[in-house]
Design a protein around this ligand. Structure first.
Ligand code: ADP
Ligand code: MG
Length: 155
């Protein structure tokens, strides 16, 4: 599925909608692990902006701050009835060498192997070989100053 957004707000809105669809069970998912959403695209292509909208859709009230410098932030989905408990935002931008080994050593695989977790990963292509098979891949491309092509591959 392909979308073109013409503003940051439109990208947030798309993120919001996809999160609501996810919560409402409109995504096909494995039951025994978390949901991984892998974001791919250049710096400034809108990945973090998308995550801000996505978190709103999960009813996370905290402000989303880019985890570029700390690798990962954890948020609680505030809806007590939600079967999804934790939301993790990971950014691999700063990892440069032996990335898969480093991610393994940090125990990040436990994060997405935990039932009911929702994990969004920026620069996920750096670890594509160790991500679950049912990972949802979303690609971001800069078209012009304010427009972005966002491609969803949920196969
Ligand atoms: P990334 O996380 O991919 O590096 P960010 O979301 O941090 O990207 O930054 C995207 C930048 O592009 C922001 O400054 C945002 O305001 C701007 N922008 C302009 N148009 C769009 C759009 N249609 N969607 C998302 N961001 C946009
Ligand atoms: Mg970012």
């Amino acid at each position: 599925m392909e979308f073109v957004t013409k503003s940051p707000e439109a990208t947030k809105k798309l993120g919001r909608k996809l999160a609501v669809d996810l919560i409402n069970g409109q995504w096909l998912m494995a039951n025994d692990s978390g949901v991984v959403i892998a974001l791919v695209g250049d710096l400034g292509s809108g990945k973090t902006t998308f995550v801000q909208g996505f978190s709103e859709g999960l009813e996370i009230k905290q402000r989303i701050i880019s985890p570029t410098f700390i690798l990962m932030r954890k948020y609680n989905c505030s809806d007590p009835g939600s079967e999804h408990e934790d939301f993790y935002h990971i950014d691999l931008y700063r990892l440069e060498e032996n990335i898969e080994a480093e991610v393994r050593n940090l125990g990040l695989e436990d994060v997405w192997n935990t039932k009911n977790s929702i994990v969004v990963i920026e620069w996920a292509e750096k670890i594509k070989d160790i991500l679950p098979k049912n990972t949802v891949w979303i690609t971001f491309k800069v078209l012009e100053d304010n427009s972005r092509k966002i491609t969803l591959n949920d196969q």
